[in-house]
Design a protein around this ligand. Structure first.
Ligand SMILES: *Cc1c(COP(=O)(O)O)cnc(C)c1O
Length: 417
């Protein structure tokens, strides 16, 4: 499994080209600016050891929890936030946010096409009797993106015609769709256009995989609410579980009543000793995201050199941590994932195999050897086992370890030929 001199030489060439083009420098500049905002917030709120003390029971007066939520709001340049270890995933954070805002008769309006697959049941596009938005009489409609951006004219038309629209829903990352990821600024333009016509609509952003890829988050440019998972970017590879919801005072108050109960809101919730990892995660997040971005850029350039279709290209600006590599054959996809697995710190000895996952039409292969189960801020790759055999690569806690995973993947594939 060792990486031989030939591949180390190739890696050097790739890095030389990337550094000549200033690709890494640009990513490091963004990380530095985000890190400054994080450090300013830690200083402003005088974070000290007492903030890390666990609470139990109701968790009233948990200073560490309350302060962390204020810090998240400051870093995301908005008014308030919910940051909880007991939000189980990004999907649950999104679900809490949607149910917190929407009421019977309201319409949720997606302007980036169909949302991420795990929201099908939440919205009521799939399944029945589970208590979806649809079951509660909340409507859903969507428009497709156009030319890689939100179709602002089509959005405006809907907002003028349909007064039941209460929420404009935007997914920043492409996820598993074939479309570009949106920048915070693009989202901001759409948010401003929506608010010009209807100041009362909530612009709600699925921010998963996007945090700290741009210099500012969508909230800075006018989005009302952003939502994400703590085992992706915002947890910095440190948080062991959790999610966040950040936004305007009014939105977060409404959402807090869905998080706990009407009346209690954000005032309760024992932290059980998880707080320190979330502070530490936010502290690391700008850097860790940069490591993941550099890993993606390295993979893009290496596999481009090897003749594969990749997206985005190494030189392109990035707004999420996802890199796709189209391997072209089943063996190629499985070999790629085997390499990523072998380059992981945990479970490096196992070989990922294709399996039929519930809810997916095709067999899926996944490589993940993470300290935190399912954490995709850690190096991971997956893809449906069908033509054109595209791998979705993301994460990498450190650039050095990410680079090792990518080189092993390249080596395994080259030995197949
Ligand atoms: C990861 C992700 C989610 C939420 O997924 P979980 O696995 O529930 O955390 C939602 N939207 C996008 C775009 C994502 O990448």
């Amino acid at each position: 499994m060792k990486i031989n001199e030939k591949w180390l030489e190739t890696a050097k060439e790739v890095e030389k080209e990337l550094s000549e083009k200033g690709v890494f420098q640009r990513l490091e500049d963004i990380a530095f600016r985000n890190q400054m905002r994080v450090m300013d917030a830690f200083r402003e709120f005088q974070v000290s050891e007492s903030h890390f003390c666990p609470t139990t029971g109701y968790g009233y007066d948990d200073r560490g929890r309350d302060t962390l939520e204020e810090i998240f709001a400051r870093v995301f340049e908005t008014e308030d936030a919910i940051v909880r270890h007991n939000i189980i995933s990004g999907t649950q954070a999104l679900c809490i946010g949607l149910f917190g805002i929407l009421r019977t008769g309201d319409t949720m309006f997606s302007v980036t096409g169909k949302p991420y697959d795990t929201l099908d049941e939440v919205i009521g596009l799939r399944g029945e009797g589970m208590g979806s938005l649809k079951d509660y009489g909340i409507n859903y409609k969507e428009i497709a993106m156009s030319g890689g951006d939100i179709d602002i004219e089509a959005m405006k038309k809907q907002l003028l015609e349909d007064s039941s629209i209460k929420m404009v829903y935007i997914q920043r990352s492409k996820g598993y769709a074939v479309r570009p990821t949106l920048s915070s600024e693009q989202i901001g333009k759409a948010a401003q256009a929506a608010h010009e016509i209807r100041p009362d609509v909530y612009v709600f952003v699925d921010n998963c995989y996007g945090e700290f890829c741009d210099e500012h988050e969508p909230t800075y440019y006018g989005a009302d609410i952003i939502v994400g998972s703590l085992i992706k970017n915002a947890g910095g590879g440190m948080a062991e579980t959790g999610g966040y919801i950040a936004g305007t005072k009014k939105a977060i108050e409404l959402i807090s009543y869905r998080l706990t109960t009407p009346g209690i809101g954000k005032e309760a919730g024992a932290s059980l000793g998880q707080t320190k990892l979330m502070y530490k995660g936010l502290f690391y997040a700008p850097h860790t995201v940069c490591q993941a971005l550099k890993t993606g850029v390295f993979a893009a350039k290496l596999f481009e050199k090897l003749g594969y279709d990749i997206y985005p290209i190494a030189e392109e600006e990035r707004h999420d941590i996802i890199q796709t590599i189209t391997l072209g054959t089943k063996e190629g996809l499985l070999g790629f994932c085997a390499g990523i697995q072998a380059g992981s710190p945990v479970d490096s000895h196992v070989t990922p195999e294709a399996w039929d996952m519930p809810g997916y039409a095709d067999a899926v292969v996944m490589a993940a050897g993470a300290f935190t189960s399912g954490a995709s801020i850690e190096l991971s790759a997956d893809g449906p086992v069908k033509a054109p055999y595209t791998a979705y690569l993301q994460g990498g806690l450190t650039y050095e370890s990410g680079k090792i995973g990518i080189l092993l993947a390249a080596k395994i594939i080259s030995e197949q030929e």
